[in-house]
Design a protein around this ligand. Structure first.
Ligand code: PMP
Length: 417
């Protein structure tokens, strides 16, 4: 079990006040807060060994290179990847998926080919495939979402077919909280000879992910949602697949030899990392991985299951509130999106902020899901992480009740009263 009272001491921001109240940070699906250890890693780098990597023979450059490559190994271990050569540094999940769309999608897709995603994708795993299928003449297909928030797999064999070249799915929905059956979807993709990609932006931070067990070909996630800094993310590529890929960007560090008229490519993974990389943030992400591993991802997940169950229980009696996503915590993570008919989510978000409670409101970068499946322009969303507590959920629910009471009162009043 996590010692939450103890670990909260590591997060300086949790002790600030917002609008005169202690901050209750429930916007973790957007980005997580950072522990002192991660912040210190950035300070240590800039104060102690700031230098460019891979190119220098001097001490600072060697120290920076060692720490930077160690961070890659830590990430490989965290994902149970076969080697650190499978770990490509990118800026974020979005860039990881775009990298695959460019280097694999544009090079391999043809007219008649099909790419399969789900109806619950974040824009970052939808728009790249819209654009790449448009550019190549391939077709984009959707696995539907049922009203209970789970994928409808009943007709999967009509969606994933011998024409499918790639199946790319969100592991955990940032709106519904649904945890998708990625192993099953990966098997279905591989059965027809397609590659399998996972958007793990909401899963890697919250539960143990084993890329070999999942048997995915590509998997992308962002450091900033898992206690790490912004500007650093990871694309995992399976060894058999990575060797066949051409570079994404061209320039320094990604080359082995250069002549005036041509160049040859560096080994993987550096082949995909042109130019000076985000050294400090990669090292700090390695420290975030250390932090999560010291806690244990099983305990992180168990804590979030407990918090989410508690939140769902506390929201259940509120008749005005519609909560989305599955109820079964075996297939759900710590994201609770909800709607209060008649009250705009932005109004709810603003009212809660007045009491120091940070939730997110909007379409959460899943506009088609929100508009076409939930029939809404926006939802409100509370999302939890390892430092949240049941007391914070109480504050959130009580504040939400007050906001609903207030707005319903305003709504009922005549304009002149
Ligand atoms: N996929 C999912 C499921 C997400 O929740 C997010 C972030 N909201 C992303 C992709 C994009 O992450 P980033 O903005 O860090 O690229």
């Amino acid at each position: 079990m996590l010692n939450v009272a103890h670990l909260r001491q590591d997060f300086p921001i949790l002790f600030r006040k917002v609008n005169g109240r202690p901050l209750v940070y429930l916007d973790n699906a957007a980005t997580s807060q950072k522990p002192r250890q991660v912040i210190q890693a950035l300070v240590d780098y800039y104060e102690g060994y700031n230098s460019n990597v891979h190119r220098g023979v001097h001490t600072l450059s060697m120290e920076a290179t060692d720490r930077y490559e160690e961070a890659r190994e830590k990430v490989a271990g965290f994902l149970h990847a076969p080697s650190s050569e499978c770990i490509v540094w990118v800026r974020n999940t979005t860039e990881g998926i775009n990298l695959v769309a460019h280097v694999w999608g544009l090079a391999n897709l043809r007219e008649g080919d099909e790419v399969v995603v789900t109806e619950m994708e974040h824009h970052s795993n939808l728009v790249p495939w819209q654009e790449v299928t448009k550019a190549t003449g391939a077709t984009l297909k959707l696995i539907p979402v049922k009203d209970d928030g789970l994928l409808d797999l009943s007709r999967l064999d009509t969606i994933i077919t011998p024409r499918t070249r790639l199946v790319s799915v969100i592991h955990m929905s940032n709106v519904l909280g649904t945890i998708n059956p990625v192993k099953e979807l990966g098997k279905a993709a591989h059965k027809v000879g397609a590659l399998f990609m996972v958007d793990a932006a909401q899963s890697v931070p919250h539960a143990a992910v084993d890329v070999q067990d999942m048997d995915c070909d590509f998997l992308a996630f962002s450091g900033h949602k898992m206690l790490g800094p912004t500007g650093i993310g990871v694309l995992y590529v399976k060894p058999e697949v990575v060797l066949g890929l051409e570079p994404f960007l061209w320039g320094g560090d990604m080359v082995r030899e250069v002549w005036y008229d041509r160049a040859t490519w560096n080994d993987i993974p550096w082949r995909f990392e042109a130019g000076t990389p985000n050294i400090a943030d990669a090292i700090a992400l390695g420290v975030a991985v250390d932090y999560l591993q010291a806690l244990g991802m099983k305990d992180v997940r168990a804590h979030e299951v407990q918090l989410t169950e508690y939140a769902l229980e506390r929201l259940k009696p509120l008749e005005a509130v519609t909560v989305f996503g599955p109820r079964d915590m075996n297939v759900r993570g710590g994201v609770v999106a909800f709607d209060v008919p008649g009250i705009h989510p932005h109004d709810l978000g603003t009212a809660l902020d007045q009491e120091g409670i940070a939730i997110r409101t909007g379409h959460h970068c899943a506009m088609p899901l929100t508009r076409d499946r939930l029939g809404l322009a926006a939802t409100a969303r509370a999302s939890f992480y390892l430092y949240n507590t049941e007391e914070e959920i109480d504050l959130f629910v009580d504040s939400l009740k007050r906001a609903i009471g207030y707005f319903n009162g305003v709504g009922r009043r005549s304009p002149r009263s």
